[in-house]
Design a protein around this ligand. Structure first.
Ligand code: FES
Length: 278
């Protein structure tokens, strides 16, 4: 950064090449692309790697249209399972009738995907990593004509508050399927898959209910929050969760992949599910 002495040099140019603002100028002119010397590119690189991995895995999982059920476990990618080909005890099974040409996962994909894609945290992550707008604090945009979320298609990001309702609905549906995972042929039991599904729904719940839009739903739109003690308490609880929204976002994303993968391993006969039945 230019020192005071640098700024007083006759040519008004600091050791970094920055020109001190003259009277009325809004910002210093900096000749380098960025003054940052730390490894700011590490975080965007990891984001690209993990999100690309998820897209590749999710595409395979959604299109494989098989080995998504191993009694009593239903893959979260296929819940709710709405076609005739779904297990009969799955919630909503057969609701859409016989649709053999399309995977049941594709039929419901738009809702969880829309919720994740428009999430405020993920926007920051992929704007930085993929758009480079900007890639990091104090690193310039890769695009000159970036207009933010003021125009189509990024304007659609504002739908997030509506996707929240679907997100909450999916937490309810997955809770039902996680409870079903304790039922082995009608008897109570616990297996490795039960653990995967139970942790999955907890992480997904933490991610959904730490949402910025949910926080606004609890405490926003009021003139005096303190005059509404119930909403204030709710808002404080959601705010506490919200501080770790990033953690819930990544952990729930990775765990849902792990859960689907485990169920695929069991359903396809690659591994045996260890469980205890009362
Ligand atoms: S802000 Fe991330 S889910 Fe709403």
């Amino acid at each position: 950064m230019p020192t005071q002495t640098d700024a007083r040099r006759p040519d008004n140019r600091g050791s970094t090449g920055a020109t001190a603002p003259s009277t009325g100028a809004a910002r210093a002119r900096i000749t380098q692309p960025s003054l940052r010397r730390d490894r700011w590119w590490v975080a965007p690189t990891i984001t690209v790697a993990v999100l690309t991995g998820f897209v590749v895995y999710g595409t395979w999982a959604a299109f494989r249209n098989g080995d998504y059920y191993a009694h009593p476990y239903l893959s979260p990618f296929y819940s709710p399972c709405l076609t005739d080909s779904c297990p009969t005890d799955a919630l909503g099974s057969g609701l859409l009738g016989d649709v053999p040409w399309i995977s049941p996962a594709i039929l419901i994909l738009a809702f969880p995907l829309g919720f994740r894609l428009t999430c405020y945290y993920y926007r920051k992550a992929y704007y930085r990593s993929f758009w480079w707008a900007p890639p990091a604090c104090a690193v310039p945009d890769a695009r000159r004509r970036y207009s933010g979320e003021t125009r189509f298609p990024l304007l659609l990001q504002n739908l997030h508050r509506y996707f929240l309702y679907f997100g909450a609905l999916f937490v309810g549906l997955l809770t039902y399927e996680a409870v079903q995972a304790f039922s082995f042929d009608g008897g109570f039991g616990i297996g490795v898959g039960t653990g995967f599904l139970a942790v999955n729904v907890v992480l997904l719940g933490l991610y959904t209910f730490s949402c910025h839009s949910f926080r606004h739903l609890c405490g926003g739109g009021l003139r005096t929050l303190s005059a509404h003690p119930v909403r204030r308490r709710l808002w404080r609880g959601v705010s506490a969760l919200n501080r770790r929204h990033l953690v819930w976002a990544w952990s729930s994303l990775l765990w849902i992949m792990a859960t689907d993968f485990y169920i695929w391993l069991v359903a396809s006969g690659h591994v045996h599910d260890y469980h205890w039945v009362a």
